[in-house]
Design a protein around this ligand. Sequence first.
Ligand SMILES: NC(=O)c1ccc[n+]([C@@H]2O[C@H](COP(=O)([O-])OP(=O)(O)OC[C@H]3O[C@@H](n4cnc5c(N)ncnc54)[C@H](O)[C@@H]3O)[C@@H](O)[C@H]2O)c1
Length: 333
Amino acid sequence: MLKIGLIGCGRISKNHFEAIARQPDAQCIACCDIIEDRAREAAQKYNISTWTTNYEQMLQNPEIDLISICTPSGLHPEHGILAARAGKHVLTEKPMACRLNEADELIAACDQAGVKLFVVLQNRLNPSIQLVRRAFEEGRFGRIYMITSNVFWTRPQDYYDMAPWRGTWELDGGAFMNQASHYVDMVQWFGGPIAEVKAITATLARNIEAEDTGSAIIRFQNGAISSINVTMLTYPQNLEGSITIFGEKGTVRVAGTSMNKIEHWEFADKQSYDDEIGKYNTNPSSVYGFGHSEYYRNLIGSSHGTAEQISTGPEGRKSLYLLEQIYTNNKPY
Ligand SMILES: NC(=O)c1ccc[n+]([C@@H]2O[C@H](COP(=O)([O-])OP(=O)(O)OC[C@H]3O[C@@H](n4cnc5c(N)ncnc54)[C@H](O)[C@@H]3O)[C@@H](O)[C@H]2O)c1
């Protein structure tokens, strides 16, 4: 039984508590939040034996094997490093850090302590995306020419005002770093090592430090070109979260609200699963998707040696590297 302590009982923690409860061989035994009511209420709601507002105290619990970090993004390295030093495995929500050097410190701390580091990139486990990955690994696309991703979502000012960390450079970043980070990850997962990045971003309508809208253009080392278009200002509601891959021998588009629906699937060769792509579509009620349960299943499987760990620290670092490139090669308005 994997025993888990969770820090940060805010919005995304619900997905973690529910996902952990679905695993027969994992249990959340402690939770922590600096807001006392949130820690207590989470413990009551999810039947967790201990709660605290003091993270260091939770870390002293020898029964805890793994800490799940659901605090604001800029705090992930600090909370992860403390957990690693206490000998706990670390799962961090995305992005693993807001700055690459801090991600490196987290990776190094986990390596030094001999603990595993997991970065939540749950959209990689969407059945639709797993099928595209299978086709990709089977070489069915041939050479990749272009990858585009659109994240046309709506985040009203109220959303940013819910917590003071949202939209700040120190703890969050903007539309690319927070809302679109899964899409940035997906583009680099299929595109590979990066050669060149250019971006234009702007804070057009929301009262936040970081961007609410932007476009990035990427050239990969294999020559493929990519564009990622992101806005949190779509009127009046979320419209699309998509990725389209154009290869020499195949074209695929996965859209829906969070890359959950295969809208186009065409390859020069034919495989038996091509006739069943409808089975791989899902219809999640929120843009977070269903992936957290799958993510914990992968985590437990990889801890038992029965599954390959889907996103390690160095894997999470790759998408953070692209995010940092987008921000540093950017013309903000
Ligand atoms: N995987 C996904 O699809 C997904 C979706 C949403 C959010 N996230 C990520 O999850 C993280 C949290 O986002 P959220 O929307 O739940 O934010 P939130 O503000 O709702 O929750 C964060 C919680 O952390 C607590 N906290 C802050 N500092 C703390 C500290 N020092 N010690 C203990 N608790 C502390 C806050 O009180 C709050 O309850 C972010 O990194 C975000 O990018 C991931």
